[in-house]
Write a protein that binds this ligand. Structure first.
Ligand code: GLY
Ligand code: MN
Ligand code: MN
Length: 478
């Protein structure tokens, strides 16, 4: 047995700050080899961002532009959530440098681009061991700003130079939805107009963006398979929903950047809850299981897919009846979501089928026409949300576009959007017969209008019929 060593003598005072101990500062500055690193930029992202900057340059004319990446939000005290850069910054740079700022300086003919970002603190810089933001002992060996410049094809300079650069700009247009701290620090205000312009540009996806969305959707389809396969092990757990949510999220973080939004896993009475992200319920093997989950690719483009599965492999007659109605509504929505159609056509096409179905079941106390009229909308009790939205870097992409470019516009080539009708009967809804209470069904697909205007359902690998989903669920569990 060894005798414990006595504690070293100390005065009871807090330990000295390491940065103020010269012997330590000198010692830790030395003895480090070079780390092999390259900036983490997805293939083609720098080039795509260059095209996006050129389009923005055209759209804004000779105005200077400043776009902030933002920084990780605080969870508690000095603990942070993982950083996810502002989508406009990602769109225009192809990277997510925390605390980064993109400057587009009007050059007479176009714009000169430069990114400002904090340099990593290397050995010899006290921040190497004191800064949890840039210190390599805290965040790991990091690419230099020169590495970032080479990877992105844009000069990347130290953030210390940004204030001077700002002084040289002429009333810049500013964007930074998630960068409120930085906006306040530099006494800037975000430009509604710039955000609307960027939202409109982002609505039309180029080939590289479609490849990213395809990757996100394909990974999501695989994630749905992983979740369906995990249903048997989730049944019996008090928080089986969470087991399945974590199954998808693990998949998303392993094969992409992560989930593109909080994954929704709602069993039985939770299925009708539109944003059931709490997921603290059990899995009822006999009740429909609503899964709304999307993988965000490493490039940060995200899928947004929903299927409602029969955990046991077979829908009950009541669940099947509701699913069949939602499937008809979904097919009507897809049929209306064509190149040249008004954006709202698919919304109304889906809603009409739902209103008719509810009327046939005696749930609408008014005529279908009366319900569909703007002054009625009684059917919306069972579907208060919309039937779709644009999809891209944000799950609800282009949300800051002017209405004339969104709800009031026509669908056109390059657009990617969801079609996602549903019917939601809450367990305590006394207006529906007991056998339908607690049934919620949504079918959500990701739709692309190709350059030639043809429609492609990116998430079409997953079935949408009740019979198809029964067979598919069984196959994942075989
Ligand atoms: N998952 C969010 C939505 O479907 O819009
Ligand atoms: Mn959606
Ligand atoms: Mn969704």
């Amino acid at each position: 047995m060894t005798t414990p060593r006595p504690l070293p003598p100390h005065s009871g005072e807090p330990a000295p700050k390491l940065a103020e101990v010269p012997a330590f500062v000198e010692m830790i500055a030395q003895g480090w080899g070079a780390a092999e690193l390259s900036a983490p930029v997805v293939d083609g992202a720098g080039e795509a961002a260059g095209r996006h900057r050129a389009a923005l340059s055209q759209a804004v004319g000779q105005r200077d532009v400043v776009v902030f990446a933002g920084h990780a939000p605080i969870r508690l005290n000095d603990c942070y959530y993982e950083f996810r850069a502002d989508s406009n910054f990602v769109y225009l740079t192809g990277c997510q440098l925390e605390f980064g700022v993109l400057v587009l300086r009007a050059s007479g003919t176009g714009h000169d681009a430069v990114i400002f970002a904090p340099a990593p603190a290397k050995p010899g810089d006290p921040k190497f061991f004191t800064s949890a933001v840039v210190g390599e002992l805290w965040v790991g060996a990091s690419p230099t700003l020169a590495d970032w410049s080479a990877a992105l094809g844009v000069p990347v300079r130290d953030i210390a130079g940004f204030a001077d650069e700002l002084g040289r700009l002429d009333r810049p247009l500013v964007s930074g939805t998630v960068a409120s701290g930085e906006l306040a620090q530099y006494q800037l205000e975000a430009s509604r107009e710039l955000d609307a312009t960027l939202a409109h540009l982002r609505m039309f996806k180029d080939d590289w963006e479609i490849a990213q969305l395809r990757e996100a959707v394909d990974a999501s389809v695989a994630g749905f398979g992983a979740v369906a396969a995990a249903i048997p092990e989730a049944i019996g757990l008090a928080r089986g929903e969470r087991w399945l949510q974590a199954t998808f999220d693990r998949h998303a973080r392993t094969f992409g950047n992560g989930p593109g939004y909080a994954s929704i896993v709602g069993s039985g009475p939770h299925a009708p809850v539109l944003h059931w992200v709490r997921c603290d319920g059990a899995i009822d093997p006999e009740a429909p299981l609503l899964l709304d989950m999307g993988v965000e690719a490493v490039s940060l483009y995200t899928a947004d897919v929903t299927r409602t599965l029969p955990p046991s492999g077979t829908f009950s007659p009541a669940a099947r009846q509701v699913h069949d109605l939602v499937e008809r509504s979904h097919r009507a929505g897809l049929a209306a979501a064509q190149n040249g159609a008004h954006y709202l056509d698919f919304h109304y096409a889906s809603m009409e089928v739902i209103a008719q179905g509810l009327h046939d079941w005696g749930l609408l106390k008014v005529s279908v026409d009366e319900a569909l009229a703007p002054t009625g909308q009684q059917h919306r009790r069972y579907i208060v949300c919309g039937v779709g939205h644009h999809l891209g870097l944000d799950v609800h992409d282009c949300a800051r576009a002017h209405p004339e470019h969104y709800n009031a516009a026509s669908l056109g080539p390059g657009m990617v959007f969801t079609v996602e009708p549903g019917v939601y009967f809450h367990p305590n809804d006394l207006t529906v017969p007991p056998e339908l209470r607690g049934i919620g069904v949504r079918i959500e697909d990701d739709v692309w209008l190709r350059p030639d205007g043809a429609q492609e359902i990116l998430s079409g690998a997953l079935p949408i019929s009740a019979a198809g989903l029964e067979a598919w669920t069984r196959a994942q569990q075989a």
